[in-house]
Ligand binder design. Structure first.
Ligand SMILES: NC(=O)c1ccc[n+]([C@@H]2O[C@H](COP(=O)([O-])OP(=O)(O)OC[C@H]3O[C@@H](n4cnc5c(N)ncnc54)[C@H](OP(=O)(O)O)[C@@H]3O)[C@@H](O)[C@H]2O)c1
Length: 334
């Protein structure tokens, strides 16, 4: 038997721990060409909230069904194998589910992991895994920062946000964050290295606060939030600005808000581009090597909120979705 976290009801609005349940799953015989993993780290990824809503599903992923294990990026160790590329003992990163054991065939963002000495395994679900890839790809491939530019990052205190902020700072940019609370804003300025962070609790007038923080306008907006925040930023761009559409978390649990400032993209000759990190799968090894080098040189740090035990996964996911955690939110199963 192993345990899995399943969706017991589709979240309506704000996701709650009660939307999930922990169930025992009997182990079936291993099909030909597959391998079994003992999972060790579960990555909590905000994007999966999109596919939990009733009737969700799009060109990228199908919607989750009641009773299904919740999808996720997971790190595991192969314990049984009928797959030549994944012998017993191999460490693996894959898109599978919130479960203690998985049966995989090597598809769906699956790859063996080479863990560097002195690096905790869970970093490969965060800074050196999909989170770091997303931050790196969005900033360097789409945003293309130049020294001296002003970069604004929404959901600055989350997994992707804390990595983008550090990379943009290392690229010589002035880095402004948007977050939920003043406490988190102070932490981002003090520990993560943001030049200035605007919090929506004490500074509810985002347009005025942004204008004060970026009087010359915004060169790059790395957006994890969408909706009204995106609309306000669209009204404060410099010429040739780049808007990196990474996520739209403000819209995952509430009605979609209209964008009214699109004319600004024309007069400012701005570029707005969305991306999915998975499209760059072939480049992951090179990007991970760059991030590992920066981590080992002390140029960037990994900020993690680590929960223990599969039964903590629903709590960890809700904390992450609602800003109660800082940095990368993970569950370890060791
Ligand atoms: N395109 C891709 O390939 C890709 C890949 C991975 C993730 N993503 C996207 O990147 C974003 C961040 O994902 P993550 O997994 O790293 O999660 P995360 O940033 O660690 O956690 C989500 C954060 O979003 C902020 N937030 C929550 N509700 C909000 C609201 N209503 N308005 C504004 N901010 C809100 C909170 O941060 P604060 O307290 O700091 O506000 C919260 O901690 C998500 O939008 C996700 O969909 C995209």
């Amino acid at each position: 038997m192993s345990r899995a976290v399943v969706l017991v009801r589709h979240p309506e609005g704000s996701v709650e721990e009660g939307d999930f349940g922990v169930v025992e799953v009997p182990q079936s015989a291993l099909p030909a060409g597959h391998f079994r993993t003992r999972n060790r780290v579960i990555s909590l990824d905000a994007g999966f909230r999109q596919w939990m809503t009733a009737g969700a599903g799009d060109n990228y992923l199908t919607g989750m069904q009641i009773g299904d294990p919740v999808q996720s990026i997971v790190l595991g160790e192969v314990t049984e194998s009928d797959h030549p590329d994944y012998p017993v003992g191999t460490l693996v990163s894959a898109r599978t589910a919130w479960e203690e054991s998985s049966v995989l065939d090597g598809a769906d963002l699956c790859s063996p992991l080479n863990v560097a000495p002195d690096i905790p395994l869970y970093h490969y679900a965060g800074m050196l895994g999909p989170t770091g890839m997303t931050a790196w790809i969005g900033l360097f491939k789409i945003g293309q920062p130049e020294r001296g530019e002003t970069v604004v990052i929404s959901a600055a205190g989350g997994a992707v946000g804390t990595v983008v902020g550090q990379l943009a700072k290392a690229a010589g940019c002035r880095v402004i964050g948007l977050t939920s609370t003043r406490d988190k804003a102070d932490w981002l300025e003090r520990e993560v290295g943001y030049d200035q962070v605007i919090d929506r609790n004490t500074q509810p007038d985002l347009a005025a606060a942004l204008l004060a923080a970026c009087p010359g306008g915004i060169d790059i907006f790395f957006d994890n939030v969408g909706g009204q925040t995106l609309d306000i930023v669209m009204g404060q761009l410099r010429e040739q600005a780049r808007l990196v559409l990474c996520g739209a978390i403000s819209q995952y649990e509430s009605a979609v808000e209209p964008l009214t400032n699109s004319w600004e993209l024309i007069t400012k000759r701005a570029r707005m581009e969305g991306f999915m990190f998975s499209d760059y799968f072939e480049q992951f090894p090179q990007i991970a090597e760059d991030l590992l080098g920066r981590l080992q040189r002390g140029e960037i740090k990994s900020f993690d909120a680590v929960y223990e035990g599969i039964e903590r996964t629903p709590c960890a996911f809700c904390d992450m979705m609602h800003g109660a955690s800082r940095g990368k939110c993970l569950v370890t199963l060791d």
